[in-house]
Design a protein around this ligand. Structure first.
Ligand SMILES: Nc1ncnc2c1ncn2[C@@H]1O[C@H](COP(=O)(O)OP(=O)(O)OP(=O)(O)O)[C@@H](O)[C@H]1O
Ligand SMILES: [Mg+2]
Length: 312
């Protein structure tokens, strides 16, 4: 562990060394100190949660006791290491470094890297946005430009996939949700993945669909459900039969941070592309096994709709 820490610390920013190491009473801390500690504690809490460690609250409070967690006490080293990593991420952000790249450059275990990457993805607006400057002013988003980009991406992705992959709007999601709902499930953590999958399996079998299709339907459903946990904090699945159009639609919704517009073509179309330490195969499978994949995404969440032919 020590060697690992040393390695990571070699890359840490020099600014840390200049900071006072001794804790100060809370009332003596400046607003920017408090804000930094608050962000660091929150980040550590989230990383801990994604790693399924139990010390979230301890870490959040602990963040307010020290200016820096560069120095470790052997007993609490393990726990404080997460605070140190959170501190490092915030420092990278202050230096305008690419946080995803920096995390991947570390020699940390994959699960720790993934937890850091996920915390970054989930909270980049709140914690890392360069738009929130030193003076705490928020610069407004380039909404119009984003709208134009969205339309271009939608057209390009649709053309590249001969209409199999479509970016849709929130209103369109509502249209695709019409039909007979024959199964629903909530995804809160990893243990819900097999539960939802089995629940879906029973419901699909009960409706008497062609058995040879069920395995592939369930496989891609699992991919989409897993993504809500891996790239968000869970969500909801709704299985719908649309008799009129001979279609079955699996709607998987989450309240995660959404897909970034710039990365969308790679995330969805390039086999092997992942923003985590993962295979990046989920979308490739979805594209192989479905009639159509629809995606609505915003910074408040995403909805994936997997469409299958219900006929024989
Ligand atoms: N629900 C989601 N919310 C936000 N981003 C997502 C979501 N699902 C997928 N992504 C993005 O799309 C990328 C590609 O997803 P895909 O399922 O193909 O790969 P992966 O989940 O990273 O790896 P694998 O599925 O092979 O374990 C992800 O790395 C992530 O950046
Ligand atoms: Mg995936």
């Amino acid at each position: 562990m020590r060697r690992l820490l040393d390695k990571v610390m070699k890359r840490s920013d020099k600014g840390i060394e200049n900071q006072p190491k001794t804790p100060s009473p809370l009332h003596e801390l400046s607003y920017s100190d408090l804000s930094f500690m608050n962000k660091r504690g929150f980040l550590a809490m989230k990383i801990c949660q994604y790693l399924q460690y139990n010390d979230e609250d301890y870490l959040f409070l602990k963040s307010f006791t020290n200016h820096t967690f560069e120095i470790f006490n052997e007993e609490t080293q393990q726990k404080e290491f997460i605070l140190y990593l959170s501190e490092l991420m915030l420092k990278w952000s202050q230096q305008n470094l690419d946080i995803q790249q920096q995390v991947k450059k570390t020699e940390l275990r994959n699960d720790i890297q993934n937890a850091m990457l996920k915390a970054y993805e989930m909270y980049k607006l709140e914690l890392f946005s360069p738009a929130i400057g030193k003076d705490n002013t928020v610069t407004h988003n380039e909404t119009n430009l984003d709208d134009i980009k969205w339309t271009v991406y939608r057209d390009v992705i649709s053309a590249a996939t001969q209409g199999q992959f479509l970016l849709i709007s929130k209103e369109e999601v509502t249209e695709y949700k019409s039909g007979h709902v024959f199964c629903e499930g909530i995804i809160k953590d990893r243990s819900d993945i097999p539960l939802c999958r089995n629940h879906a399996k029973d419901s699909i079998e009960n409706r008497g669909f062609n058995k040879t299709k069920i395995m592939s339907w369930l496989l891609v459903l699992s991919e989409a459900i897993t993504n809500t946990i891996k790239h968000g904090e869970g969500g909801k699945m709704t299985l719908i039969e649309d008799v009129e159009n001979h279609e079955v639609r699996f709607v998987i919704e989450d309240k995660g941070p959404g897909f970034s517009l710039e990365d969308l073509p790679k995330q969805t179309l390039q086999a092997g592309y992942s923003t985590k330490r993962s295979m990046g195969q989920g979308f490739t499978l979805m594209m192989k096994m479905t009639k159509q994949v629809l995606l609505y995404t915003s910074s408040k969440g995403s909805t994936i709709i997997l469409i299958f032919d219900s006929g024989e």
